[in-house]
Design a protein around this ligand. Structure first.
Ligand code: DGJ
Length: 712
């Protein structure tokens, strides 16, 4: 809902529990009034009429109060918009007008990284201009959620200008005694790890200057006032960026105890792109959410938003997948894949995916990337016979690709050495023996479209795992001026290619992978069906990675595989099949071990777990998540609830002193209802489960349990 003050200069957007208020000042400055619990229009007007910010010579009146601080004039906070022409730098805008659009938004520009479907929501557009540059600020409260999507359109009708920085939004948080920041940091094989720290004065910057979202930070932050929020209680503000390239989020604690969070595409301030007369740039969405349900409530609200507006076909459950990578790496053949597929089908798998190594001269990571034709030594009849075999076993068939890359040892590179990102006279840095294609080039875009379209038409392919295994290092396009658009245009081209492939092959699902979880963000999630969470498949490390991931993204998108023990990829850790399965059942279950080496007993046990997963899947993938105990201690647990069905997954790393593990207190139940445990047949009172907890019966090392309860 958008409400407008009588003078047409105050606006209030409201969702089910929250409101967002802003006002246009006398000098056309756009002032932030409120973001927090739901309020009424008169409250907003009272805020607008209240005492303004104090002013003295060394502080700027506007700092900490503006919706979208531009560079120039009496401002010292981080500018969200910084542009320059040969004559001058900065912006002095005039207000042009506003529009609102209710329900299904029509006619408005869509944002980059925006969900492919589900345009529901109320939108407010505020238009400004400066010397021919049109600046539109977009606000959209997604229907039924408290998520506000913000983005900005720059439409240049004036002389050419350089956009040094164009953030999607600045979010302003109210004055509080103190603020605590939650972020998800990591590196390869250790992504999405949650860390909380008190915010101090100055700025905290996270981001990526790598050309992809990066393993180092998820583009998300949460702030709780006074550091008092718990898992179930307290005010939490969160912001998440829908962008899969280089990005930055700056969290600034201002001197007056306000916080401003500014985020958008690009890392540095030195130049994003040039805007010629007649050109338009639309920033990605930077979404914000206020919740008073603690960190758990905020996560559930983010999950509901993504299921409703971001993830394609989120109402459809994802199948149980098998992926051969950890079992075979590059050493693959049709016969071996058929053998794995037969074992996978026996285990109850529903989607069989051939990973790297099926194309070109790709027998190691040194050659073949870029040549998307089947290696006939390995698959003499192409991929179709294997695809048919997999379908005959009752499974869907998937393949791995890495379209944005090329090995110098490839037909593609030999034919088009100028198709990569490079700078003349400089080294072409190889990482994993590969270079990055310049996707800003239309010929490269067209080549990839033709190759992938032909590939998807050549065999019965239902699923594509789309990988990206190195960062940008030599991002240059000889002949193109600076700032080089390829940082931004690469992401646009990637999105366009995915959109085009999805439209042409509507039955095909896509997975976003980047050496594990290097490309997880709301932008890529709008175009893929699930993401590869991490190359770390150790079931214990995964609990922490999944705990972090779940802060913002839902289980419906979080792929997790059961692999071999001892863990061959990382640490040699020995863990029970039970522990490995229950760990992976917290997301979209997959199997990634060498099934030809699993014993018949292990395969039979796997089948039992897969069957159980299929039963609980609608609750795990579509239910509300409650994190009952974080994975730091020996015992951790999560719970999913959907329509009276409850699933608890619990893990015990190690039992000490023979002590029984503590009961876990459940959440989100009706205290006055009774719940039957499907495992034991016992009946529990809701109030007892909520206040005294459920005994998991876990003991020893690497024990785990799935407990199902049904409301009676
Ligand atoms: C990195 C991915 O994360 C792995 O799962 C696998 O697909 C390899 N790339 C293949 O090169």
């Amino acid at each position: 809902m958008v409400e407008i003050g009588a003078d047409g200069r105050t606006w209030l957007l409201s969702g089910p529990t929250s409101s967002y208020g802003l006002r246009l000042g006398d000098e056309d400055e756009l002032l932030h009034l409120h973001w927090g619990p739901r309020i009424a229009l008169p409250d907003t007007e009272a805020l607008a009429a209240g005492p303004g910010p104090e002013y003295w010579a060394f502080e700027a009146t506007l700092d900490g109060h503006e919706e979208y601080p531009v560079e120039g004039g009496p401002r010292f906070v981080r500018p969200a918009l910084s542009v320059r022409t040969p004559e001058r730098r900065g912006t002095e805008w005039r207000f042009e007008g506003y529009e609102t659009a209710g329900g299904e938004t029509e006619g408005g520009e869509t944002a980059e990284g925006e969900a492919a479907e589900g345009a529901g929501g109320d939108e407010l557009r505020l238009r400004f201009s400066d010397s021919g540059l049109g600046i539109t600020l977009h606000y959209r409260m997604r229907a039924g959620t408290d998520v506000i999507e913000r983005w900005v359109t720059l439409a240049n009708e004036g002389p050419a200008l350089e956009v040094l920085r164009a953030d999607s939004a600045t979010w302003t948080l109210p004055q509080r005694d103190g603020w605590r920041l939650s972020q998800l940091h990591g590196r390869w094989a250790a992504e999405s790890r949650l860390v909380r720290s008190g915010l101090t004065y100055g700025e905290k910057i996270i981001g990526s200057r790598r050309g992809h979202t990066g393993h180092q930070h998820l583009p998300w932050v949460a702030l709780d006032a006074d550091g008092t929020a718990t898992e179930e209680l307290g005010e939490v503000y969160g912001c998440a960026l829908a962008w899969s390239g280089t990005w930055r989020i700056a969290v600034a604690q201002l001197p007056d105890a306000r916080v401003q969070i500014t985020g958008g595409a690009g890392y540095d301030d030195s130049g994003l792109l040039r805007l010629q007369p007649g050109e338009t740039f639309v920033t990605p969405v930077f979404a914000g959410l206020w919740s008073d349900g603690g960190f758990g409530g905020a996560s559930r609200a983010w999950h509901a938003y993504q299921r409703a507006y971001v993830i394609p076909d989120a109402e459809q459950d994802r199948p149980v997948l098998y992926n051969s990578w950890e079992a075979t790496e590059f050493d693959i053949s049709e016969e071996q894949q058929r053998a794995l597929a037969r074992r996978a089908a026996e285990a109850g798998v529903e989607l069989f995916v051939v990973d790297d190594g099926w194309f070109g001269a790709r027998t190691s990571d040194r050659a073949g990337l870029g040549d998307w034709t089947v290696n006939r030594d390995r698959f003499p009849g192409g991929l179709k016979p294997l695809g048919d075999h997999v379908h005959g076993l009752g499974m869907q068939f998937g393949i791995w690709v890495e379209p944005e890359m090329v090995n110098p040892d490839s037909e593609l590179y030999r034919a088009h050495p100028d198709w990569v990102q490079f700078q003349p006279g400089r080294k072409r840095t190889e990482l994993r023996n590969q270079l990055v294609l310049n996707l800003a080039r239309e010929d490269v875009q067209e080549y990839l479209w033709e190759q992938l379209d032909a590939l998807l038409s050549s065999a019965p392919i239902d699923y594509v795992k789309w990988d990206f295994n190195r960062a940008f290092t030599d991002a240059g396009w000889p002949g193109e001026g600076y700032p080089q658009r390829l940082w931004v245009d690469h992401v646009h081209a990637l999105y366009k290619l995915l959109d085009r492939l999805r439209a042409a092959h509507p039955g095909v699902a896509f997975e976003s992978c980047s050496g594990g979880g290097g490309r997880i963000d709301l932008g890529i999630m709008a175009r893929t069906d699930q993401v590869w969470t991490s190359d770390n498949t150790d079931p214990l490390d995964r609990l922490a990675i999944q705990h972090g991931f779940s802060q913002v993204h839902p289980a419906r998108a979080m792929a997790a595989w059961v692999t071999d023990s001892p863990n061959a990829q990382l640490n040699g850790r020995v863990s029970s099949l039970r522990f490995r399965f229950v760990s992976a059942m917290a997301g979209v279950l997959g199997v990634g071990g060498d099934l030809t080496r699993w014993t018949e007993e292990e395969l039979a046990e796997a089948r039992t777990w897969v069957e159980l997963y299929k039963e609980i899947r609608p609750v795990v993938q579509g239910g509300e998540l409650h994190r009952l105990r974080a994975p730091e201690g020996g015992l951790s647990a999560v719970q999913y609830v959907r329509d009276g069905e409850v699933v608890v997954l619990a893990w015990l790393q190690a039992q000490h002193y023979g002590e029984p593990s503590l009961p876990v207190r459940l959440r989100g139940l009706d205290p006055s209802a009774s719940y039957e445990c499907l495992e034991t047949g016992e009946v529990h009172r809701g109030a007892v489960l909520l206040h005294h907890g459920l005994r998991t019966g876990l003991r020893g090392d690497f024990d785990a349990a799935v407990i199902r309860l049904r409301r009676m």
